[in-house]
Design a protein around this ligand. Structure first.
Ligand code: SF4
Length: 327
């Protein structure tokens, strides 16, 4: 691409951002690097609207700084993350805060040594937080670049090279934000709105966008889970998960179903990451070993997953008797 074509495309992109960009998002209007970091971690795998309406401000109010986060128990962090899913993000955020309660490093390499920070998050922090001249590639930007440069089945490393070659070094932060918004609002996975795109003039993929970006159908794994609920003196038996996606969180004890078939309280379907779960919940008269008794009214503060919340809802319709839980 000639220099004049490059500058022309970059300028059109910035002009589009000026009018259409999501410039009022709070994490785009702060110099607080902690706020930028929290937003980037939350936005991995979660829609902007949900983060904005339900989590971002609430989390920052509870943990207003790296220091506050680092000195809070992990359970409280899980509690504020409850329902957002991908809880490892919360744990990594907490661990990173403990490692750098004086502030985050200011370069790509050091950032990537912190838990949960890969190349994307490190470059987003450098670009959006520190206004450094670095390119950023997330899924939206990758799609725009692959179509604009007409690259089929582009490897990730090549997309980063394209992003570097396209970076507007006179305004790298807004350039990256503009590409991100263009991918989210115009260059959509299905049916991109090319007639409204500032890059349409030079886009190699505009005539056949599907050729350069294939919408892959998600592959799910089906799983059955069995949990037991045991209540004593207003407290519920919970266990600390020591593996998998809910590692370190409190969950109901896993049980062998054959003993408890007759105590089935109900079942429900739950989707999380790549799993489609069929969850069966039973009442228990006795508990497995190593349980932690948690008062019902404090469970919400303990950081439980939305799957566990759904399971506990089944219990709400059940009476507690002196003998245990009964239908
Ligand atoms: S012209 Fe169409 S395919 Fe090309 S970047 Fe714009 S929206 Fe995407």
């Amino acid at each position: 691409m000639s220099k004049s074509h490059l500058h022309n495309a970059q300028n059109k992109l910035l002009a589009w951002y000026e009018i259409h960009g999501r410039k009022d998002l709070p994490w785009r209007n702060t110099e607080n690097i902690y706020h930028v970091y929290v937003s980037e971690v939350m936005l991995q795998q979660t829609q902007v609207k949900r983060v904005l309406e339900e989590y971002y401000f609430q989390f920052l109010e509870k943990f207003p700084s790296f220091f506050a986060l680092a000195h809070s128990p992990l359970e409280e962090v899980f509690g504020m993350w409850s329902g957002l899913g991908y809880y490892r993000r919360a744990k990594n955020l907490h661990e990173s805060a403990k490692l750098c309660s004086d502030g985050l490093p200011q370069n790509l390499n050091s950032l990537q040594k912190l838990p949960g920070i890969g190349r994307y998050t490190a470059s987003a922090i450098c670009s959006f937080g520190y206004q450094q001249s670095v390119s950023v590639v997330d899924t939206n930007i990758a799609r725009v670049l692959a179509r604009y440069f007409g690259v089929e089945n582009a490897k990730e490393a090549y997309l980063w090279e394209l992003a570097d070659s396209f970076l507007n070094i006179s305004n790298p932060t807004f350039h990256n934000l503009a590409l991100m918004d263009l991918g989210a609002m115009v260059c959509l996975p299905k049916n991109p709105v090319c007639k409204e795109c500032p890059l349409v003039g030079g886009c190699k993929g505009a005539s056949e966008p599907d050729k350069y970006y294939k919408v892959l159908s998600k592959k799910y794994e089906n799983k059955k889970l069995h949990f037991g609920i045991c209540v004593r003196d207003g407290k519920i038996a919970m266990k600390r998960s020591n593996e998998g996606m809910y590692k370190d969180m409190l969950e109901l004890p896993n049980i062998e179903t054959s003993f408890y078939e007759k105590n089935l309280l109900g079942t429900f379907a739950h989707s999380v990451t790549k799993y489609r779960l069929e969850v069966h919940v039973y009442s228990l008269d006795s508990t497995p070993e190593d349980v932690i008794w948690v008062a019902h009214e404090t469970l919400h503060e303990a950081g439980i997953s939305s799957m566990t919340k759904k399971a506990l809802k089944l219990y709400n319709g059940v009476k507690i008797s002196a003998e245990g839980v009964q239908n």
